[in-house]
Design a protein around this ligand. Structure first.
Ligand SMILES: [Zn+2]
Ligand SMILES: [Zn+2]
Length: 331
């Protein structure tokens, strides 16, 4: 403990002359003359740290900041590499898949000012990633000896980025994963073509829906998930659906009350509608540190975790948890 004004034997940490009266640094334990300490004998400054210890603390803090920035940069680089990989796949995919969701817009009559407004607020581009698939309807193709692969279609908003490749890796060769994601799309845009896209699917196959209404919640805080869900349920009753719950909005935490409410309603309405072929995936366990610094999207670690949750759900090892019970904001 720092004692003041005592008779001390030892040298001043600043001027190296003998100290008989002064103050001690809480960190390094060196003693200083009152005039060398810069405290002017002010007893209110407790605990007191000498200049070099204060500087050392500042440097240590800066080093920690640099280290965490380096870590974020590393994660961002990994993400960029994954995105580059997906873009290559987009370039190689058939044209009809790329335009599948824009076809409806092309059919629109002469754009009115309302259409223009609509185009401005719900602009999105369709990016498609196709994994090589072994099955198809082309009868001219030589029949493969290999067992046909089970199909997984990942439909997503911007949250779907990077999930397709990870899921393919997690599920292995028995599955063929196709991924389509639309940045800035709301749930009805994401799943608009779901019937067409999973037409040839069976009960062996899976449709995964990632990050539906979460990103547009601030524009519609009274969003009702029931209608979108019943549309999806009707169009997919011949196959299986894994519906990923809404992610926490760390960029706008006040929306999380809404996120929790919708996740609860998601579970409830699946039971009420009797949509046994749809399984909700609880993502409330994904941590703040598994989101980007900005807080809206998942970082690579978060995407790894999400992929694990989806894979476990598909493999049937998913233990259902009531959504919204874990809440980091509302307690
Ligand atoms: Zn001194
Ligand atoms: Zn010190």
């Amino acid at each position: 403990m720092t004692t003041r004004g005592n008779d001390l034997s030892g040298k001043c940490g600043a001027c190296r002359r003998k100290v008989s009266q002064g103050t001690g640094c809480e960190d390094c334990g060196l003693w200083f003359h009152w005039e060398c300490s810069g405290t002017n004998g002010d007893f209110a400054i407790l605990p007191w740290y000498c200049n070099s210890c204060v500087q050392a603390k500042i440097i240590k803090k800066q080093e920690e900041t640099i280290l965490s920035l380096k870590r974020e940069l590393e994660l961002a680089r990994t993400e960029i590499d994954l995105l580059k990989g997906e873009l290559n796949l987009v370039d190689n995919c058939p044209e009809e898949f790329r335009t599948v969701s824009n076809s409806r817009r092309k059919l629109k009559k002469v754009p009115s000012s309302l259409d223009f407004k609509f185009a401005l607020t719900s602009r999105f581009e369709t990016l498609v990633m196709l994994e090589p698939q072994t099955d198809g309807d082309d009868i001219d193709q030589p029949v493969s000896e290999a067992k046909p692969k089970r199909k997984i279609l990942v439909l997503g908003s911007s949250h779907g980025r990077g999930i397709g490749q990870r899921l393919q890796k997690a599920m292995g060769d028995a599955y063929a994963v196709t991924s389509i994601f639309k940045p800035n799309a709301d749930l009805s845009n994401v799943t608009g073509d779901i019937g067409k896209l999973c037409k040839g699917f069976s009960k062996e196959d899976q449709v995964v829906i990632v990050g539906g209404p979460g990103n547009s919640l601030e524009r519609n805080l009274n969003y009702q998930i029931e209608k979108d869900l019943s549309d999806i349920a009707q169009k997919t009753s011949h196959t299986n659906v894994r519906f990923v719950g809404l992610f926490w909005r760390h960029d706008k935490p006040w929306i999380n009350r809404c996120v929790r409410e919708i996740n609860l309603r998601l579970e409830r309405s699946l039971v009420e509608v009797g949509a046994a072929h749809i399984d909700a995936i609880d993502v409330s366990s994904i941590l703040r540190s598994e989101h980007t610094v900005h807080g809206l999207h998942l970082n690579p670690r978060g995407k790894d975790k999400l992929t694990r949750l989806i894979a476990e759900s598909i493999k049937g090892r998913h233990i259902p948890v009531v959504m919204g019970v874990q809440n980091h904001f509302l307690g």
